[in-house]
Structure formats: C-alpha cells, structure tokens
Design a protein around this ligand. Structure first.
Ligand code: SF4
Ligand code: SF4
Ligand code: FES
Length: 323
C-alpha cells in the first residue's frame, strides 16, 4: 500500500519554525510507525532525526506525537492509526524543546524527576537495631507500588499534561508518580515521607494537577500517574498537611456537601482562602464582578431535602473497611 505521511520537520540550522513535510512510501503489512520512520531515514532522507533503541516498548526513547496523541512509535501499528484517523501525522512530543525533527530535549523532564529526589531516604532503624551491616530488605508482600515502578521515563505523560500547557514549572505526572513510589516503600522512615510530601505542597507541586486524566490515557506502561498524585494528596491530608489552597479546596468541598447536601459556590472561595487576608483581597475583585453579573449564588441557600441520606453516605465512607 502506498501511503502519504506527514512529518513535522525542524532543523535549527536552517528553519525559523517547524514545518510539515509530506513523504510517500510503500508500506508493508504489519508495520509499526517506528518501522516506517526507520525506512524513511534509510531509503528517502538520511537527515531525518529520531530517537529509538529497543524497538520493544522497553526503553521509552521513541515516544512521539502520532495523530495528535502521545505514543511509543515502536508499538503503534500503522494500520490501526489509518483505520482510526484515516491519515498519519507524526510530530515530536509536546512541552519539551525540539532539538531536531522528532528528537526533543529531555533535560527539563529529567530535572523534574531529580527534583523529587528519586532515591530511598532509608530509615536507620535496622542498622541501629542489628548493627551497621544490617541490610534493608523488602518483600513483595510488604510493598504496594501500584505499578508505578513500571515507568520507562518516556515523557509521554508530560507531553499530554494539560497543566504543562500553561505552567512549565509544574512537577508533572512522571515525577510525582516517582515520588509516590517512595511513599509506598516500607523502608522509608516516617520523617522522610513527611519531608517528601511537604516539599510537594507548594506551587507546581501535587495540588496543581487538574485531574484531566490524560497522563493515564497515554501512559504505555499503565502507571496511572494521576492516581499516584491522588495517593500523594491523601497521604498529605492524613498527615495534616492541609494548608495549601488545593488541600483546603478538598476539605471545604467535603464540609459544604456534608452540611448542605450540595455545593454552595458563594462559600467555597472563603473555605479555600481561609483566614489569609492577602488571598482574600486577591479574590475580592473577582467576587464583586461576579456579584454584579448575577453569578454569585445565595450564600444562605437552603439545605437539600433528604440531607440525612447524604450524611449517612459520609458516615459509611468514613467507617474503616475490613480487609
Ligand atoms: S491528571 Fe494531572 S498530571 Fe495527569 S495529565 Fe492531567 S493535569 Fe497532568
Ligand atoms: S508515567 Fe508512563 S507516560 Fe509517564 S514517563 Fe512513565 S511510562 Fe512514560
Ligand atoms: S524504541 Fe524503545 S520504547 Fe520504542
């Protein structure tokens, strides 16, 4: 089958901006997108830059944007892409600087992973108890890594993340999932876990995630970074780390629903800013504008009928589950 493929090209030595280029090629049955790109490079244009190594969805180096979605080129079938989209357009990963053609600079990705200190801050307890040569062992039954350690650092989740679109400083799904991996490690001390969580409370940390779920959709290894972020948030709240706007948003949301049976948007901003006067003054002009546009609901809105049933759900949810 002869196919027309659209490639995003960019050579920093010649081009001011990236541009699309059409390539025509006979495609063999069962080809992956990576097979196709290697043939283009070998048979048509040796200057095409792309990154790959294992060809088996292991190394993570061939992640790119294929028909608008982040995928590993070595495990993406050309036939399935054509069936689904009727075309083939290939571009580099979003949100990372392009070095040339389909090759991106992964340094911003790595520096965010480094920022979460992806190594074990081991407890000293075994050495104190059993001597300096005591080993820190871990058994499968003691760990619950939720598949987070399957990450191959491909960067697809970062390229798909909606927060990166507007906030380049966001720690991002891969780095936060990595932090969660250490949270689930029984060898890490309580104080180290607390320090890890505290470091991720501020701006660009765990509370910046909008829970859009894109990182879960694109991850080729089923790491589910968003669920890891939710575990980080739960662990923070369990340890009383609840001073950030994100944490207060969750706590405020829950308390309003429990009191009134429905969300009251007029009270919600006050729950988020708390007693912080400067924050209150920052949101005040927005509140005034909303009031004059008729967008502020009645703060004294009545509770919904059947509120007792809502509260029964809360009581049930708080009851410890039997394992
Ligand atoms: S769920 Fe959160 S981390 Fe994942 S892509 Fe969306 S905003 Fe980014
Ligand atoms: S979490 Fe998934 S998508 Fe993100 S870097 Fe790891 S393997 Fe790739
Ligand atoms: S070439 Fe290694 S994951 Fe695709």
């Amino acid at each position: 089958m002869r196919l027309s493929i659209t490639l995003q090209r960019f050579n920093p030595e010649q081009d001011a901006t990236p541009h699309d280029e059409e390539v025509r090629l006979d495609v063999r049955r069962g080809s992956t997108v990576l097979d196709l790109l290697i043939r283009i490079k070998n048979e048509l244009d040796g200057s095409l830059a792309l990154r790959y190594s294992c060809r088996s969805a292991i190394c993570g180096s061939c992640a790119m944007n294929i028909n608008g979605g982040e995928k590993l080129a070595c495990r993406t079938s050309v036939r399935k892409e054509l069936e689904r989209h009727g075309r083939l357009r290939i571009a580099p990963l979003h949100h990372l600087p392009v070095i040339k053609d389909l090759v991106v600079d992964m340094r911003p990705f790595w520096s965010k992973v480094l920022d979460v200190q992806p190594w074990l801050a081991a407890s000293r307890e075994p050495q104190q108890r059993y001597g300096p040569t005591a080993q820190l062992t871990i058994l499968p039954k003691d760990s619950q890594f939720h598949n987070v350690d399957a990450c191959i650092m491909c960067g697809a989740c970062v390229a798909a993340c909606t927060v990166h679109e507007v906030s380049k400083g966001f720690a991002g799904p891969a780095a936060l999932a990595k932090a969660d991996r250490f949270l689930s490690d029984p060898r890490e001390s309580h104080s180290a876990i607390r320090a890890r969580l505290s470091a991720l409370q501020g701006e660009h940390g765990m509370w910046d995630c909008t829970r859009c779920n894109y990182c879960v959709e694109v991850c080729p290894k089923d790491v589910k970074p968003m669920e890891a972020i939710i575990r980080l948030r739960r662990a923070s709240l369990d340890r009383g780390l609840a001073s950030t706007g994100g944490a207060r948003h969750i706590a405020g949301f829950v308390s309003i629903i429990e009191q009134q049976g429905r969300l009251n948007e007029a009270i919600m901003p006050l729950k988020v800013v708390g007693f912080d006067v400067s924050r209150f003054l920052r949101i005040l002009p927005l509140g005034v504008r909303m009031f004059f546009k008729g967008k502020v609901p009645n703060p004294l809105a009545h509770r919904i009928p059947g509120l007792e049933q809502v509260r029964a759900i809360f009581r049930r949810a708080r009851r410890p589950t039997a394992l």
